[in-house]
Design a binder for this molecule. Sequence first.
Ligand code: 5GP
Length: 188
Amino acid sequence: MKKGLLIVVSGPSGVGKGTVLKQVLSNPANRLAYSISMTTRTPREGEVDGVNYYFVTAQRFQQAIENHELLEYAKFVDHYYGTPVAMVETMRNQGTNVLLEIDVQGAKQVMSRCPDALSIFITPPSMDELANRIRNRGSESETVIEKRLDKAKEEMKSSGLYDYVICNQDVNIAARSIEIIIQNHMKR
Ligand code: 5GP
């Protein structure tokens, strides 16, 4: 059986990755599973442990690093985020494509460890639009919003490292573009 693809998607906080990827994940033709990350940040309203993330203590995260349970990990703004390696390998060996929605630092680690990974960067139509989207989400304080915007500007500089760059001007078009990329790579 053909091994599933490893697909890395990054893009600045607030770019709408979640909405675009939800659409891509819901199409069975993409044979795509979402890799649930481990994080030390607290859940936002509506987020569920074991669905959106595994919400863990800093101590448990440290233990995961020491036990080599993570394919990659990074500190993003004030918290740690990492990809549990076990699920990724199991799913890929079953022929399922696995989607990692991770930051640029993590993506760089995956690109160097897994040269066959397919990488996609999602950009906002403009930085003003990104700021509006983060503010409208209303889930972070102004200090955190400013930090996330600074981080976004920095992350945008790395977009050229990715195999594909997609602008999220329109959710349906962005999702469809990602589906075409995945389906083309599945044929290879
Ligand atoms: P948020 O707090 O908004 O859910 O995520 C913040 C950032 O962390 C986003 O850019 C998201 O893609 C990234 N992220 C989520 N999970 C992981 C992970 O497992 N590893 C890395 N390196 N970044 C992650």
